[in-house]
Design a protein around this ligand. Structure first.
Ligand SMILES: Cc1cc2nc3c(=O)[nH]c(=O)nc-3n(C[C@H](O)[C@H](O)[C@H](O)COP(=O)(O)O)c2cc1C
Length: 231
């Protein structure tokens, strides 16, 4: 299936059949997920493929027993944690050196990324950065953040959401459908995954073969003129 058809036929499915998804299709979709564009290539996401029967049952409950979760053949939880930049950075520095990247690129990972993600006690470093950028911004355009933990989380969440879309489209291309869900109890989802409070649960994705009438109805979007602005 080509990309256009995958985009046009993807739907949020609330009832799946009992058909399984082959492991190869799941692995291919996970490989597509990590190819998503992401902030400075820091790859601050994690993908938790919940496969154990007990954990799945717990996750369904944490997803408020939504029918999409209850009937899904597979459940994937995507989390984001800005602190994961540290996990990637040594790999990135080695990689930019190995490929002989220009000096500014090497410095970007060696100096700018640690500077950008640094927060310090009570975020004193972030506030200092904010003041510095405010002054610098008088004379020229500057990036206005990230300055707070929330800004950093936002960056990580944006990238993880793009990975979710890649995952979903890859499964659509393989003939399976999904339902992205943000209707869940984040605290309980974190607990069952055994991840830290800094890990934000971005999405739980239910996946499988759609039942007939598995959607809530035909696909609907507001008129394009409402949302597309040519400036
Ligand atoms: C961030 C996000 C959160 C969502 N949360 C839920 C959810 O908790 N339960 C659900 O049934 N659908 C959920 N959806 C699916 C949307 O309701 C669905 O994408 C929207 O109604 C458009 O329908 P379509 O995907 O079939 O085009 C979510 C989608 C997104 C992107």
């Amino acid at each position: 299936m080509d990309l256009k058809t995958a985009i046009q036929t993807r739907r949020s499915i609330r009832r799946f059949t009992t058909d399984p998804i082959p492991e190869s299709a799941m692995r291919e979709a996970l490989s597509a997920a990590v190819l998503a564009p992401n902030s400075s290539n820091t790859q601050t996401w994690d993908f938790h493929w919940v496969r154990s029967t007990e954990k799945k049952a717990e996750l369904v409950k944490a997803c408020l027993s939504q029918s999409a979760a209850r009937t899904a053949a597979e459940l994937l939880v995507v989390t984001a944690n800005p602190a994961n930049w540290r996990r990637s950075n040594s790999h990135l520095i080695k990689w930019v050196r190995d490929v002989g990247a220009p000096k500014p690129v090497v410095q970007y990972y060696e100096k700018l990324i640690p500077y950008m993600y640094r927060s310090g006690w009570l975020n004193w470093w972030g506030y200092l950065r904010k003041i510095g950028l405010w002054f610098a911004g008088w004379a020229r355009p500057v990036p206005r953040g990230p300055n707070t933990l929330r800004d950093l989380e936002e960056m990580a969440i944006k990238s993880a959401a793009l990975a979710c879309e890649n995952f979903v489209l890859s499964l659509a291309a393989a003939g399976f459908q999904t339902c992205m869900m943000e209707g869940f109890d984040e605290h309980r989802v974190r607990r069952l995954l055994g991840v830290s409070r800094r890990d934000r649960v971005v999405m739980v994705i239910a996946a499988g073969k759609p039942q007939e009438n598995g959607t809530w109805g035909p696909q609907f979007r507001v008129p394009m003129e409402l949302v597309v602005h040519e400036v």
